[in-house]
Design a protein around this ligand. Structure first.
Ligand code: FMN
Length: 142
């Protein structure tokens, strides 16, 4: 079955508490596991960036849940397309609190070129600049 990946940024609703975020993640991880979806979520206290990947059918279901969530607004899609490689296959939804500058840097990369780049070469070190930026951040010690 073909795999897809989506990246987006959104703005958290005012008053979102750490407890809300915990509940959101518990809920998200349970649903992602059932759908075979993996990925990562970055949060700077104001904005979210999420990259998630998996089988097309599960992705559609999870993306609907995300779009319908009342916990954020102004969802702006950065990337949505087929992928040959799952980069976060061990994370049903990893989450890191980040500085705003890091979230900004990752979200302003050229995500839309992902599909074309991945069609040329599926090796991890040939991932797009945007994905490389995300992987570099994710793999550094915290
Ligand atoms: C930034 C963000 C990321 C989310 N990621 C996922 C996800 O990966 N999988 C999922 O099933 N739901 C995801 N959700 C949906 C939440 O799990 C859901 O919003 C939460 O359980 C509360 O539901 P409600 O907003 O409908 O009240 C996400 C929601 C937000 C705001």
């Amino acid at each position: 079955m073909s795999n897809r990946a989506v990246a987006y940024v959104s703005t958290a609703v005012a008053g979102l508490t750490p407890t809300d975020l915990d509940h959101l993640l518990v809920d998200a991880r349970a649903h992602n596991q059932m759908a075979g979806v993996t990925g990562v979520l970055l949060y700077d206290g104001h904005r979210f960036f999420q990259y998630f990947e998996g089988p097309a059918e599960g992705m559609e279901r999870i993306y609907e849940r995300i779009k319908n969530s009342r916990m954020h607004v102004q969802l702006h899609e950065l990337h949505n397309g087929p992928v040959d490689h799952l980069y976060f296959s061990h994370w049903h939804m990893g989450c890191r609190l980040t500085e705003g500058s890091i979230l900004q840097k990752i979200s302003t990369q050229q995500w839309l070129h992902e599909v074309e780049l991945l069609q040329d070469d599926v090796a991890q070190d040939a991932a797009s600049p945007a994905l490389r930026e995300l992987l570099a951040f994710w793999e550094q010690p915290h």
